[in-house]
Design a protein around this ligand. Structure first.
Ligand code: ADP
Ligand code: MG
Ligand code: MG
Length: 267
């Protein structure tokens, strides 16, 4: 139904693993709707054997409708590329804002964490795990609301049954590193990593570039967590509840809104 001829292409918004992402506008005088086109070259998709992943990204996104999740409006392809038509997140990556600010205030962090938790709870209720929660894949809408993006690693699953190593090292959960079957708990772990990074501006277990992959992996598996002095007791408490080694001991997402650190900054 759709084709590239239906759109005016604007500036590039970002670049992912093989996706190029552009601002676009519908060529319609009555409805010049602004959106985002994520373009995936077919040869790269085939070469890396990720056809199933791209199909999943589309299928899963089509089934989602939530204020904190980027909406997929539709998709189409031509001879060489697959295009995803996405809701525009007007203020771009949380990553970019975090690097600019250094760190976020606890008030701002708690508002973001509550919104990410809301989106994740919606996904988990549909048996979808995202598997790649990190500041690059969290976007901000024009009003500054959180929008979870990039479902390229997401899967639909019921029990803990996945074993594939996915995502980005500094956000990966211990059970994934240890090759154990994992499930929704890995997104809750990533939420804990995110909480730490928002408040401190740094990743809790280091990055693979700063200190070496093995070292970071070892710190994750020991939950070798050192929270700076200036972090409030309430934030510290939530980080500890999320970053539990045993997945079943991590705080259920439904309990996030009632946590003191979330509740005190909200309403
Ligand atoms: P990849 O799967 O290749 O990582 P993403 O879906 O994460 O691709 O998109 C890459 C980048 O493009 C994002 O990190 C972001 O900067 C930008 N981007 C993607 N989708 C949107 C959107 N809906 N609104 C605004 N920017 C976006
Ligand atoms: Mg991405
Ligand atoms: Mg992706």
């Amino acid at each position: 139904r759709w084709s590239l001829r239906d759109f005016d292409i604007g500036k590039p918004l970002g670049k992912g693993h093989f996706g190029k992402v552009y601002l676009a506008r519908l060529k319609s005088p009555t409805n010049p709707f602004v959106l985002v086109l994520k373009c995936l070259p077919k040869d790269a998709v085939l070469k890396e054997g990720v056809t199933i992943q791209v199909r999943r990204e589309i299928e899963i996104m089509q089934s989602l409708r939530h204020p904190n999740i980027i909406q997929l409006y539709g998709w189409f392809h031509d001879d060489t590329r697959i295009f995803l038509m996405l809701e525009l997140a007007g203020q771009g990556e949380v990553y970019k804002h975090l690097r600019k600010a250094g760190k976020f205030s606890e008030r701002r962090s708690s508002s973001y964490i509550r919104q990410v938790a809301d989106g994740l709870a919606y996904l988990h209720a549909k048996d979808i795990i995202h598997r790649d929660i990190k500041p690059e894949n969290l976007l901000l809408g024009s009003e500054g609301q959180i929008k979870i993006a990039d479902f390229g690693w997401s899967v639909r699953m019921e029990a803990d049954s996945q074993r594939t190593l996915a995502g980005t090292l500094s956000y990966v959960a211990p059970e994934m590193i240890m090759g154990q079957p994992y499930g929704k708990g890995i997104d809750i772990w990533a939420l804990g990593v995110l909480t730490y990074e928002f408040i401190t501006g740094e990743e809790p277990f280091g990055t693979d570039t700063s200190s070496g992959t093995r070292f970071t992996q070892a710190r994750i598996c020991r939950v070798d967590l050192r929270i700076p002095e200036y972090v409030s007791a309430e934030a510290r408490d939530l980080i500890h509840k999320l970053l539990q080694l045993v997945p079943s001991e991590r705080l259920p997402l439904a309990m996030i809104p009632d946590q003191p650190w979330i509740a005190q900054h909200h309403q």
